[in-house]
Design a protein around this ligand. Structure first.
Ligand SMILES: Cc1cc2nc3c(=O)[nH]c(=O)nc-3n(C[C@H](O)[C@H](O)[C@H](O)COP(=O)(O)O)c2cc1C
Length: 205
């Protein structure tokens, strides 16, 4: 079973790397404007740098790499959902904490203010799959934004679950948005996977 294999591999990773992982996430969640003049798209994403399954202790999270590809290719601005709750956590304790958060429907706070999305008509939403859906902190932000009438394009990075429940959970959170099909890519593949992201994005042109 998927989760069981994640946990097994995680244990191996934990033993191999020790428990001293550092989360080096440094980005703030202010809106970052791209150089491209297209101003009606934004990527809202969460990404966890640090100790992770399959990729080891990474300085830049897998989803952030995909978010950066999207901005580079489409000119979309960015808003990163930031929390320091998981800073420096090793993979196994994070797995357990995230499991409990999801089970309890916890809504951990994010840093800073929610973005003003009034000028955007297209919103990419991306994050890792954690226990079958997006990390709970993303749902905290979802409660603070209104995407009615906007085109919402979900994407995930994962290690086997694909989009899991992310698209349906985005639809539930934003019933008045036009939520498209969604895109997923393995986290361990993103650093060599720009062409896949490009191919996916070409379907919107
Ligand atoms: C707490 C936690 C839970 C995870 N749960 C799943 C899961 O249910 N299914 C899956 O395919 N991958 C799961 N993964 C793997 C991540 O989705 C994958 O490594 C992702 O690319 C991480 O993206 P990030 O670096 O942007 O945070 C989990 C990882 C963590 C840390």
């Amino acid at each position: 079973m998927k989760i069981r294999s994640i946990l097994t591999a995680a244990l191996a990773l934990l033993l191999a790397t020790g428990c001293n992982a550092q989360n080096k996430q440094e980005n703030t969640n202010t809106i970052t404007q791209s150089n491209n003049k297209t101003m009606n798209k934004i990527v809202i994403f969460f990404s966890h740098a640090g100790d992770n399954y399959s990729v080891g202790n990474i300085e830049v999270g897998n989803t952030k790499i995909v978010a950066d590809y999207i901005s580079e290719i489409t000119g979309a601005d960015q808003y990163e959902i930031v929390t320091h709750k998981y800073d420096g956590m090793a993979y196994m304790p994070l797995i357990e904490l995230a499991k409990k958060e999801a089970a309890d429907g916890e809504l951990p706070p994010y840093e800073g203010a929610a973005p003003d999305l009034s000028k955007y008509d297209t919103v990419f939403i991306g994050g890792p799959v954690w226990w079958g859906t997006y990390p709970q902190v993303m749902f905290t932000l979802f409660k603070d934004i209104d995407l009615a009438g906007k085109t919402v394009i979900p994407f995930t990075t994962d290690e086997g679950s694909g989009l899991a429940n992310c698209v349906s959970d985005v639809k539930k959170a934003f019933p008045k948005a036009n939520v498209t099909k969604g895109f997923s890519i393995y986290g361990h593949e993103v650093r060599t996977g720009k062409a896949k992201v490009e191919k996916w994005l070409s379907s919107f042109k």
